[in-house]
Design a protein around this ligand. Sequence first.
Ligand code: FAD
Ligand code: SAM
Length: 659
Amino acid sequence: MKAEMPHAQLDWDDHGRPRSRVFDDVYFSDQSGLEETRYVFLEQNRLAERFAALPADGRLVIGETGFGTGLNFLCAWQLFEQHAVAGARLHFVSVEKYPLAPADLRRALALWPQLKPLADQLLKQYVAIHQGFQRITLAEGRVTLTLLIGDALEQLPQLDAQIDAWFLDGFAPAKNPDMWTAELFVELARLAAPGSTISTFTSTGWVRRLLNAAGFKMKRTPGIGHKWEILRGEFLGWPAEVAAPIPAKPWFARPAPLRGERRALVIGAGLAGCATASSLAARGWQVSLLERHASVAQEASGNPQGVLYLKLSAHGTALSQLIVSGFGYTRRLLESLQRGSDWDDCGVLQLAFNAKEAERHGQLAAAFPEDLLQWLEQPQAQARAGVGVAHGGLFYPEGGWVHPPALCQAQAMHANIELLSHQEALELRNVADHWQAFDGERLLASAPVVILAGAAEIKRFAQSAELPLKRIRGQITRLAETADSRALATVVCAEGYVAPARLGEHTLGASFDFNSDDLTPTTAEHQGNLAMLEEISSDLLTRLNINEQPLENLEGRAAFRCTSPDYLPIVGPLADLQTFNQTYAALSKDARQVPDIACPWLDGLYVNSGHGSRGLITAPLSGELLAAWLDNEPLPLPRSVAEACHPNRFALRQLIRGK
Ligand SMILES: Cc1cc2nc3c(=O)[nH]c(=O)nc-3n(C[C@H](O)[C@H](O)[C@H](O)COP(=O)(O)OP(=O)(O)OC[C@H]3O[C@@H](n4cnc5c(N)ncnc54)[C@H](O)[C@@H]3O)c2cc1C
Ligand SMILES: C[S@@+](CC[C@H](N)C(=O)[O-])C[C@H]1O[C@@H](n2cnc3c(N)ncnc32)[C@H](O)[C@@H]1O
């Protein structure tokens, strides 16, 4: 069985307008989709005046059911550009069960030449849109779009956000009764910010009554075109007769937003630190990026090529959800880098090199749609690879390799980011609501917010010393391209990986050594890497003419990965461990207890670490997650995934297990 067809199935009418086959309904009005959108959604939510009233560090969050062609989004964005001051931000969260295929989106948006400059930006970023939360950064961070791909009733309960204005779209209630339900409206109410507004093109009586019952005060208002009446409303508050939503547990609740200057110190300039600095800078923060080396990406993030490798689970685990969301986010970031030298979307082939892998691949091929991964039998796999391979495997057409330093440099380049190189922080002190980074008695830098992004080195700070991070040494081998190795057309992985050449050199990786502290490359590990290459493709090994040179001449590079016990990264606010243990001691007797006591946060101290072997996929989106925690924004991941990455999870588990 194959995963459900992921894309919208469309018919196009004589005027080139799309119509849904599944719902037998139109995406926008026959008369003037633009005018209707502007009247029903923008005017009824008073967006022009609300955008104009935003302060320079303000933002407005719009939520929508049914992203469709993105017409509502583009109209809202255009209005925002017309009315909002520089510095203000628009956040748009939209849920979509059947996203349009990119070619269909392009065709639909070509109907609106007025929106072309914005539509072009959206189309450029409309890649790797898969199930779950997909974040898209537009207009250099001024506009953030978070698409929740899936059914509204499955996706919205996972959303952690406060919506200022709701666009209730999603085909006519009579054509789509499964969506227009009391259950959905309760979700809209749960997510509504105080004073939130809402509008919809329908005036159906039962929709109005159910929205009223959920806490909105709905009014009929004159319609437009052939719509006689439409509905607008505002959120009055949670109705007394409905059970209140369960709040986040205190140890996973949002710390109170910090008031005052938006200035942060990020310690460590690898993928995690550069991503964090970039996400904060895009939100108007002033960021100092502290790094002990001369420039960014000198340690784990310094390899010539890393692979966008998706180790997924067919069971929808938190890690697998993070990987699909993180892959999409990184993949979209790469669109603005140089193909060929900074990255390449040559695809990734994962070989089913033993029976267990083959079984796992079968499950994955059934669980995920073909635009994310495809099962290839050996002959097709070999044709894809361009060199001989002994097995079939999973092909990820949107995957490829990345030169991690290029991504780090691009992210650290923002005008709001100042790189403080050759500075090594040894200690953190909290003085008068500021965190100070010291090297002995020398003050290096200070800020109200500090983000620890120094991989496993963050254990040196007393505040984060107990986080269970491990270093795992890894070594890659650099192999000169030959005329025959040029045939390699895609990244191929088995236990190791090999990439098509970048600037005349293939990267072959990577060893795992849990014990060594030494970063000098060893011949033994090069040999191990070559053994992995043999497993991947003995044909490629021959094509590389390796046996004609002494092994000692092989060149490579070693660095430490930084891994957590559950293989999820550690991203979020830090608490004071001792006080945490005292505050929630009751959990060690009864794990179901939820003491109503606020978490003892170390105000302003955050972590972005533990990215293991897949930092290219997890670190950039983790920067967005941290910025969302810090700026009290919609989270870019499901609540459950953000909690699975939360620094407090370890202290909590330890209390509960009594270890
Ligand atoms: C051999 C190898 C192969 C890999 N292959 C892949 C792959 O194919 N795909 C993939 O996605 N991932 C891969 N990874 C993993 C990936 O490289 C990491 O997940 C990622 O680089 C982690 O980024 P980071 O910013 O957390 O850590 P790092 O890149 O290690 O950055 C931490 C930075 O913090 C600085 N720092 C630390 N402490 C301090 C301090 N106190 N003061 C100042 N500066 C400090 C360090 O100097 C360093 O620059 C590989 C890793 C290795 C080692
Ligand atoms: C009328 S279109 C939306 C038009 C869109 N807002 C625009 O600007 O183009 C309705 C959309 O709702 C989506 N939809 C319908 N039912 C849904 C559900 N249960 N969950 C999520 N999306 C749904 C459809 O796939 C379709 O794209």
